[in-house]
Every structure is written in C-alpha cells, then in structure tokens.
Design a protein around this ligand. Structure first.
Ligand SMILES: [Zn+2]
Length: 296
C-alpha cells in the first residue's frame, strides 16, 4: 500500500493515506474526504523543506506517521523538526518511538515490540536496566532533558514499562534455558541407560555362548586334577593316567577357577549397573517433573 502524506480537507489534521484508495474517513473529525483532494491539500500547504513550516506542524504530522506505523518517515520528519528547534522534546520523544517501532506506549504494544525486536539481544544482555538505556539512547535522554515536568513523567513511565517488559522477557528466556538444560540432561541419562543395557545384553550373550562348554571342561579338569590326590600318587606312576593329561588338567583347573570368580564379578557389575539404571530413571522423572512445573 503506497502511503502518502495528506491533510484533511475539513479539519486540516495531518493524515497518512493509502493513495490507491479513492476516499477515506478522517481519524480526527470523522469526515469523509477524497484522497486525491487531501493529498493536494497537503502538497499545497506543506513542504517540509520550506522554512515557513513550523516545528509544531511537523511534530503533528510525525505523530500521525508513528500512529500508522510509518516509523522511517516519522524519523525523517522529526529530524526536520529538530533542524528548526534542536531542543524540542517532542521530536526527540517521537524519534524514540520510531526507533523502538512503537505506534503507542501501551504495555501490550511495548511487550510485543520488545519480544519481536530484541529477543536475542535480551538473552545476551547482562542487566535489564542498562539494556533498556542502551536501546533508548540517545533520544530518551534528550526528550527527558528538554521536557517540562508534566511531560517528563510520561516519558519516564515508558522507560519503566520497557524495563518491565524486558525483565519479563528475560525471565521467560531463563525459564526456556532451564528447560533446555533439563532436556539435555535427560538425553544424556537415557544414553547412559542404553549403554548399560547394551553392556548387560552383551554380557548375557557371552554367558550363554561360553558357559556350558566351560562348565563341562572345567569340571572334567578338576576331577582329573584331583583324581591322583584321592587315588594316590600310584595312579600316575602305574600309568592309569598319563602325566601330560594330569598337567593339562591342573592347568585347565587353574584357568577355570578364576573364570568362575570372574563370572561372579560380572554378576556384581550387573547388579551395580541395574542400580545405576534405577537411579538414572529416578533422576529423569525428577527432571521431567521440573520441566512440567516450569511450563505450568
Ligand atoms: Zn478531519
């Protein structure tokens, strides 16, 4: 929509009109007017570069532009007003509204503008008050400096609204950060649980694969190794059992007995892992509860 400056043919109020339309209603006096006439009316009465146009006229027009959300144009008009009077607090004030993209200073409007324009900056800002000061600089200070007491209060009120909105947004972002941290922690705990389960699965598989063979071999070895002790050294000497078999059996028994204790160590490790998994699950439940509370 090609918005252009116009002046109400009835009341002389400054307007920002859609030149594609034929007619509109004046926001000041509620009178219908022909757009083309209003534009001509503006062009014949206003030339912002003419020295005859007062700061008051420009300020009035800048207000209309701000109200319509035409911030860039409003900023330009304010600069023109400041050329005529550098101490005009209204021009500094309207430049501030233009800079912040604020069509008005209602708390809702300010909150939405802050969210849309400064979200990522607020996340990085250490302190809300100095952040608000930085986004208002230098127009806010100028406006307050040159304003009479009555206006100064309104200006300061906007600063406080901005501060509240930034603080609220900062609180939201902190909450979101905590939720993200909880989710990361939960993901890493789930990883741990998966790894522990995986380890136990492998252990279970190894046990089933090896155990029966080892058990039979081991028991045979022990019997063979113990046989000469029970049957007397004669068993060996008499040649009932060849000595190589005896030596082999002893070696196998030496290997088998620690393997048995290794199995019991693995059982202990499995019990520890199961306890750890239980602890991890409890921690996950606690973190999920924390996220629920933060989102509530
Ligand atoms: Zn009018």
């Amino acid at each position: 929509m090609p918005f252009v400056a116009a002046k109400c043919t009835q009341c002389g109020g400054f307007l920002n009109v859609d030149s594609a339309q034929e007619a509109a209603v004046c926001q000041f006096c509620n009178t219908a007017f022909i757009i083309e006439q209003a534009i001509n009316n503006y062009n014949t009465t206003i030339n912002i570069n003419e020295s005859g146009v007062t700061a008051n006229t420009l300020i009035e027009y800048a207000r209309v532009l701000i109200n319509d959300g035409n911030f860039a144009k409003a900023d330009e008009i304010c600069d023109e007003a400041l050329k005529r009077d550098p101490h005009d607090h209204r021009a500094h004030w309207l430049k501030l509204l233009a800079k912040l993209n604020l069509p008005n200073t209602h708390e809702n409007t300010v909150g939405i503008a802050v969210k849309q324009r400064y979200r990522s900056d607020i996340a990085n800002a250490a302190d809300a008050r100095s952040f608000v000061s930085s986004i208002c600089h230098p127009h806010y200070n100028n406006a307050v400096q040159y304003a009479p007491e009555s206006e100064k209060r309104n200006y300061i009120a906007l600063f406080e609204i901005l501060l509240r909105c930034v603080q609220a947004e900062k609180g939201e972002l902190n909450k979101q950060n905590t939720v993200d941290e909880c989710n990361q922690k939960i993901a890493s705990l789930r990883d741990n649980i998966n790894q522990a389960n995986h380890y136990m699965l492998i252990h279970e598989y190894e046990k089933h694969k090896n155990n029966k063979v080892w058990l039979i071999l081991g028991i045979m070895a022990i019997i063979l190794a113990v046989a000469p002790v029970i049957g007397g050294v004669d068993t060996l000497v008499d040649g009932y059992m060849p000595s190589w078999l005896f030596v082999g059996a002893v070696l196998l028994a030496i290997y088998f007995i620690p393997a048995l204790s290794k199995g019991s160590k693995k059982k202990k490790a499995t019990a520890l892992l199961n306890a750890q998994i239980e602890a991890d699950r409890r921690e996950i439940a606690a973190l999920e509860e924390k996220i629920r509370r933060l989102k509530a």
